[in-house]
Design a protein around this ligand. Structure first.
Ligand code: ZN
Length: 182
């Protein structure tokens, strides 16, 4: 084969490998984007999957200092609420109907950002970073089982925006190797 033809065939093979890698990885910069609802929400510290974008459920609180809209999940508007703890530290949170986080019972009824709910600290199950708080009805006993929390439709998790990132955003940070850039 002529050298030019060999180069051409090699380019085709490289493109094919790249295409297959993208397919196996499930996403690709130039490929079809996953829909916003099934975007994963990841721990910013370690990349652990904490929740699905489909599980976002807005729980408004009259104690929020402010509420704003953000495109936390690609293309989808989500409500971000700003709260302040008794030490004057402010946190922006997004609420989820469920999330794969470790809850640290017993729950505390004091200083709750959601009247009628008690709270526990929620940490990443992999790296143990503090990622938010889990809320349960205040009339419940302070210590409950993980099963009871997860089965109830009256519990939710507030994740701190600065402690999470979306899979879409993480994918956008992946760079194409220089050898594939023409
Ligand atoms: Zn983590």
């Amino acid at each position: 084969m002529a050298p030019a033809r060999i180069v051409f065939v090699r380019a085709i093979i490289i493109q094919l490998i790249w295409f297959l890698r993208c397919q196996l990885a499930g996403s690709c910069a130039s490929g079809e984007q996953r829909t916003s609802s099934d975007t994963s929400v990841l721990c910013r510290a370690c990349g652990q999957e904490l929740a699905s974008g489909a599980d976002i459920g807005f729980v408004p609180s009259r104690l929020a200092l402010s509420t704003r809209n953000d495109t936390l999940v690609n293309g989808r508007r989500v409500n971000v609420q700003l709260f302040e703890n008794p030490h004057g530290v402010q946190f922006e949170v997004v609420t989820f109907r469920k999330a794969d986080v470790t809850k640290h019972w017993p729950a505390d009824k004091r200083f709750s950002w959601y009247p009628g709910y008690s709270w526990t600290v929620a940490t990443c199950p992999r790296c143990r970073s503090h990622v938010g708080w889990a809320f349960q009805p205040a009339e419940w006993t302070d210590t409950i089982t993980k099963h009871k929390f997860e089965e109830s439709g009256n519990t939710f998790v507030a994740l701190i925006t600065h402690q999470i990132l979306t899979e879409d955003f993480a994918s956008s940070l992946l760079m194409t190797p220089k050898s594939f850039v023409s």
